[in-house]
Design a protein around this ligand. Structure first.
Ligand SMILES: [Zn+2]
Length: 113
């Protein structure tokens, strides 16, 4: 269970897959739902089909973004870790080179916890 100020890490699963049939490089699923707070389980999956071609810094951008979801952060636009897009127009990594939490991301954590 994840609730304000408390994380039981045994309930956070970290996985990898190699799946060319999807468009995502990282995905976080919260159980029972992504809107549940507190939730009981988080599953983070990185897709090696994409991340295998990324630099270590770009993979960190993906992993950091997904871990933001574990801490219940939602998507935001602009130059922030919670920007949902790794590459493309106005994207977290290819546009803004973000792979660590920004002030906005930290403010989000502080607002929740
Ligand atoms: Zn996301």
């Amino acid at each position: 269970m994840v609730s304000a100020g408390h994380v039981d890490y045994e309930d956070v699963g970290l996985f990898s897959t190699t799946n060319s049939g999807v468009g995502w490089d990282g995905l976080t699923f919260l159980s029972p739902s992504n809107s549940a707070n507190p939730y009981t389980y988080a599953q983070v999956t990185l897709n090696n089909y994409y991340t295998g071609a990324y630099s270590a810094a770009q993979r960190r951008s993906v992993a950091g973004h997904e871990l933001g979801h574990v801490f219940w952060l939602a998507h935001e636009s602009g130059s922030v870790l919670m920007n949902p897009y790794t590459c493309g127009a106005n994207s977290r990594w290819c546009t803004y080179s973000i792979n660590t939490p920004t002030g906005d991301d930290v403010n989000g954590i502080n607002a929740i916890y």
